[in-house]
Write a protein that binds this ligand. Sequence first.
Ligand SMILES: [Zn+2]
Length: 226
Amino acid sequence: MSEVDKPDVDKIAELITNAVMEHRLAPGSKLSESRMADAFKVSRTKIRQALMVLAENGLVQLFPNRGAFITSPTVPEALEVFSARRLLEPEVVRGVIVHAKKADFKLLHKHLEQESEARKSNSRRAIIRLSGDFHLLLASMCGNRYIEKMMSELCPLTCLIIALYDIPQAPACPENDHANIVKAIEQGEESLAVELMLHHLAHIESALHLDGANDANEVDWEKILG
Ligand SMILES: [Zn+2]
């Protein structure tokens, strides 16, 4: 990294968010300020500022004397994230139907192409990141900056939840779901688009172990003593 390439605080926060979105940074990972300062070739002050930005977004947790860690959402927190998305994303869909211009649909179709290419080449990291990005892209077109802001916090958290509670090898967002949502939006079919979105979110949630069966705190004594 040369002098001119030195990332600023927002860039560092963005790079860490991307790493989470691609499951390169696992929930609970310790973020050492000094090692990050070396890796990013910036001062520890800048790293600390970036970690504070991420902590505000809920992606990082800061503990006095222990340092910074990638958030590890609990099952109740995961359920809250999905419940918030169920409230917001129908409104995203409605907003996009009202506000999206031709150029926006071009962007959406380009994104769908990238998703299908990533699936074809079986690039899991790209699939996971693009799946999350799709929801952020839609939110950026809904004409409501507050919803967009909330979605920009909820999407990376959803990635963390998927990393923690996913059934191994389960796909991020089911194939074709996004394309069907875009089609319904493009045709102005509001109730269908909302229904598809809610079904899509329910599918992602149901593919996770959020019933406590995989809760690390739950000891399977039968198995241990059997
Ligand atoms: Zn999706």
